[in-house]
Design a protein around this ligand. Structure first.
Ligand code: MD3
Ligand code: FE
Length: 213
């Protein structure tokens, strides 16, 4: 969608040696991505996982692809089946893998084939506190993150929780790719500001493509 919330396509911002923002890279894929999120979430509903500490997460989540990330009182892990349906997670919808590998290649990671896509949904006021993604076996393979809907401010941190974090504004259609030496950086999302996105309304959707095994 060509609107004021979107970034110009083609620009790139390097955040670190092996982390960058590909501004507007997902714009040509947006219709397919939104249709895919609709299909996936009709089968495997968005839900608020409970953390091992017993708190419901603010971000609502679902998954598609061979593996999905889940959390409960027993911990965080990747599983083949949705605990709500008992069935395998929905397959990657059309366009998902093509976008993920094209973005990874553009960022310098050739032949990236993810086996999981975590879909996060943020309402205004929702935040994601600083964390590392360490539940995957592969701590070097890139993660491709696609932002849709309301804008967000990312926190791009260092390798210790207390390291100073860069604030990175992200808008509808932006893709962030990070891997290699930057794969284990702490990161998070500041509370989403209230707003109404023309295509998505009062929400931000983030897709993260990962290689688990
Ligand atoms: C990682 N999601 O699901 S991805 C997650 O927007 C997660 O929903 C966020 O973190 C979201 O685990 C962030 C984008 C991102 C951006 C910059 C990073 C991840 C990063 C810098 C270093 C490491
Ligand atoms: Fe993360």
């Amino acid at each position: 969608m060509n609107d004021l919330f979107a970034a110009p396509h083609g620009l790139r911002t390097d955040l670190a040696k092996q982390a960058c923002v590909l501004h507007g890279f997902a714009l040509p894929f947006v219709d397919a991505l939104l249709a895919g999120v609709g299909c996936v979430s009709a089968t495997s509903l968005f839900r608020h996982f409970v953390t091992p500490g017993g708190h419901a997460m603010q971000v609502a989540m679902t998954n598609c692809g061979p593996l999905g990330w889940v959390s409960d009182r027993r911990g965080y892990r990747y599983v083949e089946c949705d605990p709500l349906t008992g069935a395998p997670w929905p397959a990657f919808p059309d366009g998902f893998l093509a976008l993920a590998s094209a973005a990874a290649a553009e960022a310098g990671f050739a032949d990236h084939v993810p086996d999981a896509c975590l879909i996060n949904r943020y309402a205004p006021g929702t935040r994601l506190s600083l964390h590392q993604d360490r539940d995957e076996d592969d701590h070097v393979a890139p993660i491709v993150s696609v932002s849709l809907g309301l804008p967000a401010t990312f926190l791009f941190g260092g390798f210790a929780r207390g390291d100073k974090a860069l604030r990175v504004p992200l808008v509808h259609g932006d893709v962030v790719v990070w891997g290699g030496v930057d794969r284990m950086r702490f990161h998070g999302v500041l509370p989403i500001a209230p707003g109404l996105h023309p295509a998505l309304g009062e929400q931000r959707i983030n897709l993260t493509f990962r290689k688990v095994h």
